[in-house]
Design a protein. Structure first.
Length: 526
């Protein structure tokens, strides 16, 4: 071979280097393709798994209905933001908030918008406090308020005020400085645990209210599921009637919330639907004892069986039931198992400031074991003096209160059944009761009026029934007059009927959210 046909040394070396590198390059390409395929396969498996559990939990028809509602909600949201529509909606929201502001925000009072140059005298502060206490308000002292104040007797108020005064500067975060506060909180938890038949290893914490109790129990369930089962996409199953704090916990702690219907006539959570929705990501089941809208206790025993079988945390919300539900059986009323005697119950929330008659701002989060509680450790317990109300009442005091409260509730229910009324707008009745000085609670899904029977209401329940009969008769008279005028006569709609009627019919609740946000803003308007 002649010298001209030879490949230059440098070029030959480069060619040999390429040949030596080619297997490595091909291997890298193969590995990259394999990695892409694995990622794609995992993606497909993940969404297939989600689709399977969705179809298993809701069924094909249920899933399609859910999809239809979601699409409708999204499209209606776009419609509300459309030119011309948005302005009208905002005007209606503004008008509704203006009416609320006129009721809530007084305009004829001295306002303190900045700190005064010189501090007020003690007497001036007392006068200001007395004036604020005597502002025109619903007559809770006379029993005209549903809930809000659950006892209100002057002797107990006086004792609670003394307790607050004694521990005004106490800070529970420093138990070494304020050992008495630590002792009280520990004893509150112990007494409430005993009331709910807790096992020997049970534990709990005090909190600032029912919402916080629910939040910390949901957090503990999430943390336990992550630590022990490695769940990173947690889900919980709650009744449609469960307290809104569970939905709040879902948003706060990134827990997917499945809401289950509570059909009439029992208004208890649909157990078959709960069982279908359970999947490997389920970390929490919820039952109410009782729920707020209807005062019904869910089938906690059935929920407990599912919890035990599937090894899932079951929380019982007894914030409203408080110290009434545990005393039902002792007081001679029908009862059903709901507490730690059921093996599946892992935690219970109980508001001592409701039917425990402690001052506002006191609740408890109870756990089956200290290990369960350890997963909650995130929130600092808060509040000094509720134990005095509990000791002041005693076991017999709560038993007596249970008999009076539940007995009065049954009398109210029996009285309403004696004179049933149909074809009347419940919200018009609500407005009529409001004009008579009653502060009740309007509900939707289904439309209803909620009355939480308290110690003050026990004394005036007959007045409540008399006013209710009067309002119903007035509404019947209006309906008869409208019919007499002919079918074409329009029916006037009251403020509550308009608000709740619209809220219940809208596929997208954005307007309701705006109203609620506006209401909260008004609470801080000077």
């Amino acid at each position: 071979m002649t010298g001209s046909s030879r490949m230059p040394v440098s070029l030959r070396e480069s060619f040999n280097q390429v040949k030596r590198r080619r297997p490595t390059s091909l291997s890298a390409v193969v590995n990259l393709d394999l990695l892409r395929n694995i990622i794609f396969l995992l993606f497909v498996l993940r969404w297939t798994r989600r689709a399977f559990w969705q179809l298993r939990g809701r069924g094909i028809i249920g899933s399609l209905v859910e999809l239809y509602r979601n699409i409708g909600r999204i499209l209606y949201g776009y419609f509300l933001r459309a030119p011309g529509v948005r302005g009208k909606v905002q005007k209606q929201v503004s008008d509704a908030l203006a009416k609320t502001e006129a009721k809530l925000v007084p305009t004829n009072l001295t306002k303190y918008l900045t700190l005064p140059k010189e501090g007020l005298s003690d007497d001036d502060v007392r006068k200001e406090l007395e004036m604020l206490a005597n502002l025109d308000h619903t007559k809770w002292e006379e029993g005209y308020v549903s809930g809000a104040v659950y006892h209100g007797e002057q002797d107990l108020i006086k004792l609670q005020t003394e307790a607050f005064g004694t521990f005004t500067v106490a800070n529970p975060i420093h138990p070494d400085v304020f050992p008495g506060v630590r002792k009280m909180e520990a004893e509150i938890v112990s007494m409430v645990l005993a009331l709910f038949n807790a096992p020997p290893d049970a534990a709990g914490t005090t909190t600032a209210g029912g919402t916080e109790s629910i939040l910390v129990c949901c957090l503990a369930a999430r943390q336990k599921a992550y630590a022990e089962r490695g769940i990173t996409e947690p889900e919980m199953i709650i009744p449609e009637t469960a307290h809104v704090a569970f939905r709040k916990a879902g948003d706060y702690f990134k827990i997917k919330v499945h809401r289950v219907p509570c059909p009439a006539p029992s208004y208890q959570v649909d157990m078959k639907a709960v069982a279908r929705l359970v999947n490997p990501n389920t970390i929490l089941l919820v039952g109410s004892a009782p729920n707020y809208p209807h005062g019904m206790i869910d089938d906690i025993a059935a929920l407990s069986k599912i919890a035990v079988k599937r090894k899932i945390w079951l929380h019982v919300d007894c914030c409203l039931g408080s110290f009434v539900i545990p005393y039902l059986e002792k007081a001679g009323f029908e009862s059903q198992p709901f507490d730690f005697r059921l093996k599946g119950v892992a935690s219970i929330s109980c508001d001592t400031h409701k039917y425990g008659f402690a001052p506002k701002g006191n609740s408890t989060a109870l756990y089956r074991s200290a290990q369960h509680r350890s997963y909650q450790y995130y929130v600092s317990p808060d509040w000094p003096g509720g134990v005095y109300a509990l000791i002041r009442m005693g076991d017999n005091g709560y038993l007596d209160a249970c008999g009076k409260l539940v007995g009065t509730a049954k009398k109210i229910a029996d009285k309403i059944r004696e004179t049933p009324s149909k074809n009347l707008n419940i919200y018009d009745i609500y407005d009529g009761m409001t004009t008579k000085g009653w502060h009740l609670n309007a509900l939707q899904d289904p439309p209803a009026i909620h009355v939480a029977v308290t110690v003050p209401i026990v004394k005036v329940w007959e007045t409540l029934m008399a006013d209710l009969e009067s309002v119903i008769e007035a509404e019947k008279e209006k309906e008869r007059a409208r019919i007499a005028q002919g079918k074409g006569a329009s029916k006037p709609v009251g403020d509550s009927a308009a608000l709740y009627g619209v809220a219940g019919s809208l596929p997208n609740k954005g307007v309701v959210v705006d109203l609620a946000a506006g209401f909260l803003d008004l609470l801080y308007k000077t």
